[in-house]
Design a protein around this ligand. Structure first.
Ligand code: 13P
Ligand code: SF4
Length: 398
């Protein structure tokens, strides 16, 4: 492609060279955060045996958590699998494990560190396993937003509700301002709790950082209207909103989204209904509102699994969530005569979840087995105290 064409299309070639996972580092992006050790080769035929041996050597000292979006090669070594909510609870319920190896992403490992005791060490096999949605709300931006709400004279009516998919700093902000954390399996209960914190007609929720989960829960599950919601854009002065718009809103939605679930469109839903007559469309609530509105069922990853377990033989399903999970479910339920397809025609993995691969897991387990603590995720004490408050409010939701 010529330079003229490139300019015309407004598409710039990536300035970053493709890096081999974990072998080189690019300081300007999280891509290729260097692995502080020697990763085994992905082609080593003994990787499975090595992971098994290291895990056996560690015995009860190690507890491996695996999010549903993890690769098959990794999930086979998880002691428990789950959605964000289940894994947070499971991490908190294992006080005897010295090491919690979190096969998931950074914010999940932080939450596990907050919920476990000081002498337990949480380890993330690849430090580059972040989350683009969590990165869309920084502590500075959220503090600025609170100033905007204060200036509009509404801060004392606002209860923050932050999605689990946020940094420990954002969770601490939430705890400090009387709010709670939620996950996609308890967002409705979290919002009901929040609106019960003050005079319901005057109370507002600042929902961080996933606008879609906030909007879908408010509108689809709780009967609010789209007009009750405004979107706060941290990249615009005053969030791009007037004081009157903020005062009139019930839900102030942070302008963040999941880049994986954001790819499903109304066209994907219409297209699959045409291709597979009688198909049930089941999507994650991180999908856009029009997708959720057009779907037959909506729920967290744990909900999706349970729905498919309960589905009758011969039923057909199109699933709108991450591809590792959908592929695993399609293989698992095919022998029962359940047809399960991915909602979109294009491949859609979560690239950061995928960073945790077998070489990183083997390296982590072998390092721990040799007494070397690697890739520890540790939240500082002050942040931890307030973030814990917000997480415990979530765990106490009815
Ligand atoms: P759940 O596992 O809570 O459904 O969340 C999905 C997700 O995107 C995790 O990053
Ligand atoms: Fe973040 Fe979306 Fe990946 Fe979940 S699926 S870790 S929300 S980017």
């Amino acid at each position: 492609m010529t330079t003229a064409q490139t300019t015309e299309l407004d598409v710039q070639p990536t300035p970053l060279a493709l890096l081999l996972l974990g072998r080189e580092a690019d300081p300007k992006s999280e891509r290729g955060v260097e692995c502080p050790g020697d990763l085994p080769s992905p082609s080593d035929p003994d990787l499975v045996a090595r992971a098994r041996a290291a895990k056996e050597k560690l015995g009860d000292k190690v507890f491996v958590l695996g999010h549903h979006y993890q690769r098959d090669e990794v999930i086979q070594f998880a002691d428990v699998t789950g959605d964000s909510f289940k894994l947070a609870r499971d991490a908190a319920a294992r006080p005897e494990a010295e090491y919690i190896v979190f096969c998931g992403v950074h914010f999940m490992a932080e939450s596990a560190d907050i919920l476990t005791s000081d002498d337990q060490k949480v380890v993330l096999p690849d430090l580059a396993a972040g989350c683009s949605m969590a990165d869309m709300a920084t502590a500075e931006q959220v503090a600025e937003c609170w100033d905007v709400l204060t200036e509009a004279g509404i801060a004392d009516q606002v209860v923050p509700v932050s999605y689990m998919n946020s940094s420990a700093d954002i969770k601490a902000f939430t705890g400090r301002h009387g709010g709670t954390i939620c996950t996609s399996s308890n967002a409705r209960r979290a919002l009901e709790w929040a609106f019960g914190q003050g005079e319901p007609s005057a109370t507002k929720v600042l929902f961080l950082p996933d606008q879609h989960l906030g909007r879908n829960t408010a509108v689809r599950d709780m009967g609010m209207s789209l007009d009750d919601c405004v979107v706060y854009n941290p990249h615009k002065p005053n969030g791009g909103l007037t004081a009157d718009q903020l005062r009139d809103a019930k839900m102030i939605l942070w302008r963040g989204h999941c880049s994986v679930h954001g790819r499903f469109s109304l066209d994907s839903v219409n297209d699959v209904r045409e291709r597979i007559p009688g198909v049930n469309v089941l999507v994650h609530p991180e999908c856009r509102h029009e997708v959720v509105a057009a779907a037959d069922y909506v729920g967290s990853t744990e909900y999706i699994i349970k729905a498919l377990e309960a589905a009758p033989a011969g039923s057909k399903w199109a699933i709108g969530t991450e591809l590792n999970l959908v592929r695993r479910l399609a293989n698992r339920f095919a022998p029962e005569g359940k047809e399960i397809v991915f909602l979109d025609r294009t491949v859609c993995f979560c690239s950061t979840m995928n960073r945790i691969d077998l070489p990183h897991l083997v390296w982590t387990l072998e390092s721990l087995a040799e007494g070397n603590l690697v890739n520890r995720i540790e939240v500082d004490k002050e942040t931890e105290a307030f973030a814990k408050l917000a997480l415990e409010r979530m765990l106490a939701l009815p």
